[in-house]
Write a protein that binds this ligand. Structure first.
Ligand SMILES: *Cc1c(COP(=O)(O)O)cnc(C)c1O
Length: 221
């Protein structure tokens, strides 16, 4: 089976400390189940409705990652079950996630998305915005969320040096804010970066999570 070969090949290339998020967006529940049966438990989706539907019909020990842009008014649909929200890009969204986490009597883990690419179509905080938010203690009272690290997407380019430099910038920023603001927080330990085209570069730059879709499932329609 193609899926099995793809998955084992990727796994053989990942260091032990790097978690694989299988990005299953647009793929059917049947196909996801096949990959699940091969031992993969972490899956990523980028649309709330699709994520919610798949959660309902697939095994409950799947860890679901919301990797796409999340609108504030849709947090309520995934708050009950989501494992990690990768693309958090505003204080308002953090407040809403905290609110829905309280409602569901749980803590929700989040990553702050940092804008590192040259393109301006990509979402995310600037580094300055994150520094201001942390310096001003804007999220200190949000007891039901945990900021577990950072997420970023590199510029879409075949220039590996550009890509490495962007990922490296994210890793350096991670260390900086870990030392300054999260030194006593063991859970602040994730850098989510790298997709099918650039995950090996991301790993060299220090990724702890890679989000891989097409190299596992084949191209999307
Ligand atoms: C689709 C997507 C991925 C996976 O992309 P592939 O190139 O198929 O590996 C990773 N991260 C995000 C945020 C995505 O939307």
């Amino acid at each position: 089976m193609e899926l099995k070969t793809n998955l084992s090949k990727i796994k053989s290339l990942l260091p032990q400390n790097v978690k694989l998020i299988a990005v299953s967006k647009t793929k059917s529940a049947d196909v996801i189940l096949e990959v699940y049966k091969l031992g993969q438990k972490d899956f990523g989706e980028n649309k709330v409705q699709e994520l919610q539907q798949k959660y309902q019909i697939l095994p409950k020990d799947i860890r679901w990652h919301m990797i796409g842009h999340l609108q504030t008014n849709k947090v309520k649909y995934i708050a009950e079950f989501v494992t990690l929200i990768h693309g958090v890009d505003s204080v308002k969204l953090l407040q809403e996630i905290n609110h829905r986490a309280i409602e569901n009597q749980r803590t929700i883990d989040c990553l702050l998305q940092v804008h590192i690419a040259k393109e301006d179509t990509k979402f995310g905080f600037s580094k300055d915005e994150i520094l201001m938010m942390l310096k001003n203690n804007e999220i200190a009272n949000l007891q039901n969320i945990r900021i577990c690290g950072l997420m970023g997407m590199a510029t879409y380019t075949s220039d590996d040096i550009v890509v490495f430099n962007e990922f490296n910038e994210l890793a350096i920023f991670f260390e900086q804010i870990k030392n300054t603001y999260f030194a006593d927080k063991d859970y602040f330990n994730e850098i989510s970066m790298g997709m099918s085209g650039d995950y090996l570069i991301a790993i060299r730059a220090g990724a702890t999570m890679v989000r891989i879709g097409s190299s596992i499932f084949g191209n999307r329609e």
